[in-house]
Design a protein. Sequence first.
Lengths: 526, 306
Amino acid sequence: MGAAADITIDTARAAEGRPLLALEGVSKRFGKLQALSEISLDFKAGEVHCLLGENGAGKSTLCNLIFGSHAPDTGLMRFQGREWSPSGPAEALQSGIAMVHQHFSVVPRMSVVENLMLGQARGRLRHREQAALIRAMTAKFGLDVNPDAIVGELSVGERQRVEIVKCLMREPRLLVLDEPTAVLPPEEIGALLDIVRRVADDGRAVILVTHKLAEIAKVADRVSVLRGGKLVTSLPMQGTQMGDLVRAMVGREVTSLESALASSLAGIARAEKQGDGPHKYALVCDGITVRDAGGAVRLDNFTLEIAPGEVVGLAGVEGNGQTELGRVLAGLSPPTSGRFFIGEAEMTHASAAQITAQGAGIVPEDRHAVACVTGMSLAENIFLNKLGQFTRFGLLNRTALTEAAKGLMQDYDVRAAGPEIAFGSLSGGNQQKAVLGRELTLDPLVFLLAAQPTRGLDIGAVEAVYRQIRLAASRGVGVLLISSELDELIAASDRILVLYRGKVVGEKPARPDQREAIGALMSGHA
Amino acid sequence: MDENLAVFIASTLRLAMPLILAAAGELVSERAGVLNLSLEGMMLTAAFFGALGSWATGSPVLGILCAVLASFVVSVVQAVLSVHWRANQLVVGIGFNILALGATTLLYRIIFGGLSREEIPGLAKLAIPGVSDLPFIGPALLQQSVLVYFGLACVVLIWWMLKSTAFGLSIRAVGDDPRAADKAGIPVARIRFQAVLIAGVMAGLAGSFLSVADINTFTENMTNGAGYLAIAAVIFGGWTVWRTLGACLLFGAATALQFQLPAIGIEMPTALLLMLPYLLALLAVAGVVGRRDPPTALTLPFIRGK
């Protein structure tokens, strides 16, 4: 602390053009994935430098290299003119680089003050002095944080502010924010961007990672676009057109994914909507409301009917109630109020196993945590929900299991060395195809919930996933497709509901010409 | 009656003391995320080496030092295994306990011989002229071994350390959220290592209390589950210092009842009384009474980036 004077000097030097942090040809590889290749970039004090790119473009990896969580394979970094090869986050923090992570690094059971003293204080703790310091700091940057609150009881936005205060208490010269707005409700984003601006104006360098253009327009001094681990462009914000950034980010016109996907799905016949099957509805949600532990409404009076053969897309920025809805429908936590039915049978308080038995396939949002056992084999995972078919007198018939697994791998294009391979060793796309295959082969299958089914998948796998979902619909399965990728929703759904702050704020037909209208609803501008 | 009550209080404190010492150290270790199931083994090792040291040197203080050193060595190995090599803490603990029982029994038979009940030099009882002779309070609280007061001071010190020092804050952080602690620049492995060593030193005091300060002899398997009871007390105490102290005193009181009930003429089956502390511990561990959440990362090894 007390480094304010140094920072002013640095600012003066930076004004003469010397970057605070310079990357020279930095590359990083994880196994087969070239996460970053030959990145050269300068970051200057007093500047908000936005890193823009799609999921998997390498933004987070770049931040982790700067912060010392990973070391680059090749290339050089210079911080304040000296070679920068941190041994770990501890050295980065000591040297004046702080990072606000996507996943917060606050200890929930401790108070704000205690969290802020963590790793900072020596010897005896001085709660009162520290609380006063925090109040001064929060007032300076317009952060609203109560030092005595227990962190676990705070809202997401408040926790993030604690993170930011924590970073600022170390008087960093460089503040890195890794997708800070992804977790925030829209009304808190503006306040965050104001804070970011103030931090830069205070003479520090800020790296802001995002994939939201509106934020960049509001706060950036310079924008660098990453795609597939490569630096596409680095421009001053002034005079830059949004359309240019979008093209740089996706490498094509935005609509092309949607049209490619749409044409590949067009061949699949759409089922007769007035289902002649046994059920009138695949899914009925009647006023489902979910409150979190703190009593805040996360999902408000959600009502929806899905006919057999219909694919309903649920659009919305992540964190607007999708996760809660997914958990309710999967039987992981019951709703606070409201009811839901699968094929006319009420399942509101049913267990996950009962819901599966009723004919609901669930592809959960977090496939690692919920959908599969990564240490078990592919075959075992594929038939986890129907092991009974392969069991006789309590013994597992491995031969039959392996044969069936081979069949499913073929049907759903799961590429792996064999059914006995450990599930965790599969690529994300193949894991997801396997989970999808498992859920789609349920018998009976009335309803499918696919929550963020294409997250982290490459384009080929994305297409395969939606193809299977549409095929299931053509067989009369009703599908609820939850995704934050609007283009994919438009291509794969019949109609789209928009969720904003836990409420359905509108319904639109899934047509490309509705894209802007849906986007507006998603951002709360109805 | 008054006299009986004073004796009851005194024996409660005396019987609770090894639990208090061991549980205070275990509390530190568990708050840092390491479950020291080997507490029992550490105590037993300490009890043996305390007796051996005291017997060989003729000085109970040197005996206690031997005990603490022996337990410390065990805790170093435990820390290396469970913190650095990230071995399963339960397996390591059980392994140590079996090893300690076998090793101390063997060494005892070799050194002291088969069924020896040799008295070893014990620690003096505190005798402050005037104060220790106070009616009721004297016999109840002020005629204990010096180690009792030293141990209680350690408990206060640990409470203060956890609450009011940066080290204590780091311990709580690495036990609740090692990832967050790591990102805050706290050396997770080192803090956990140190916490295990604190548990080792306290278990050393606890073990030596049994052989040097209380009974003045060593017997095979003389801890007889005291280490497990101390772990149960930490759970019962909801991982807070004062509640853990209370749990230890409760277990101590339950043990003291075995001796006191017959003395005041209440007939109870001895087996039931013997069982009482363990029964209480079982209820506590099962969460029937006073359930609290353990440190979030308890028993979970920390690997950066995973």
